[in-house]
Design a binder for this molecule. Structure first.
Ligand code: ATP
Length: 248
């Protein structure tokens, strides 16, 4: 679904994404984690071909319409420019499939609204919703796109705990249905509980790639995140709690 080969993105002379090679297949929910400034957003934007890059991304090679059918993009900034109704905004997710929304389009929009619990918001003006409600609308638009791959930049930031869990469950369901999701996260607990795999970025490099329980070792948490944490695999799933900071 996505292959990256030596993907590199420069800011000035400085590589903020440095020779990243990795791939994503169906069924995966990948948590892209790393400290502030590690290069997570830049990696996703380069993979999508939204910024200049070196190396190769299988998505960036596609023409824009084919790329939009292959991957939905949820940027960190949740900007809703127009005062459209929620249903109209979510229907914009159908644009990569042509102007005629048709029965399949209407079904996809209805399913996305239902999945995000937005049926009662259909006629509300999207710009008049709360930040968390707008976030759910934008996720619904991405789901309505029916692209196999979703790239989401901090999709749970600013959401209440229930909405965070629900969002991760929506992504997991998308992966379980044969799609895949790459989402950047700062909540390592949610990453550990919900993701099938994590990619860890540090200073532009992909320094670890594997199942959360293997990757989130005491040494990695100290080296990359400068924290000490409690991490335990329990009957209720992985439990993670950051305990204290370590000297950088
Ligand atoms: N437009 C830009 N011009 C110059 N430097 C930039 C630009 N965008 C990002 N950078 C730099 O690139 C590096 C990586 O930024 P990026 O936004 O990818 O990090 P991130 O891992 O997503 O961070 P965060 O967790 O804080 O959102 C940072 O050092 C940042 O200052």
């Amino acid at each position: 679904m996505l292959q990256l080969e030596n993907l590199t993105a420069l800011r000035g002379q400085c590589p903020v994404v440095d020779a990243v090679s990795a791939s994503i297949g169906p069924g995966e929910l990948i948590g892209l984690i790393g400290p502030n400034g590690a290069g997570k957003t830049t990696l996703m934007r380069a993979a999508l071909g939204l910024i200049a890059h070196q190396g190769d991304s299988s998505l960036a090679r596609l023409d824009p319409m084919a790329r939009a059918r292959a991957a939905a993009w949820l940027p960190q900034a949740r900007e809703i420019a127009w005062g459209l109704s929620v249903a109209e905004l979510v229907a914009l997710g159908r644009l990569p499939h042509g102007r005629d929304h048709g029965a399949q389009g209407a079904e996809a929009v209805a399913a996305a609204l239902a999945r995000m619990g937005l049926e009662n918001y259909r006629v509300r003006i999207a710009t008049q919703l709360s930040g968390g409600e707008q976030a759910r609308v934008l996720i619904a638009r991405a789901l309505a796109q029916q692209s196999p791959l979703i790239l989401a930049d901090e999709p749970i930031a600013g959401l209440d705990p229930a909405a965070q869990i629900e969002t991760m469950e929506v992504f997991r369901a998308h992966a379980d249905a044969g799609g895949a999701v790459l989402c950047s996260l700062h909540d390592l607990g949610l990453a550990a509980r919900h993701c099938t795999r994590v990619w860890v970025m540090d200073r532009g490099r992909l320094v670890a790639d594997g199942p959360p329980a293997t990757v989130l070792s005491r040494a990695l948490l100290a080296d990359v995140f400068h924290i000490r944490a409690h991490f335990e695999d329990t009957a209720q799933g992985a439990v993670f709690q950051a305990l204290s900071t370590l000297k950088r």
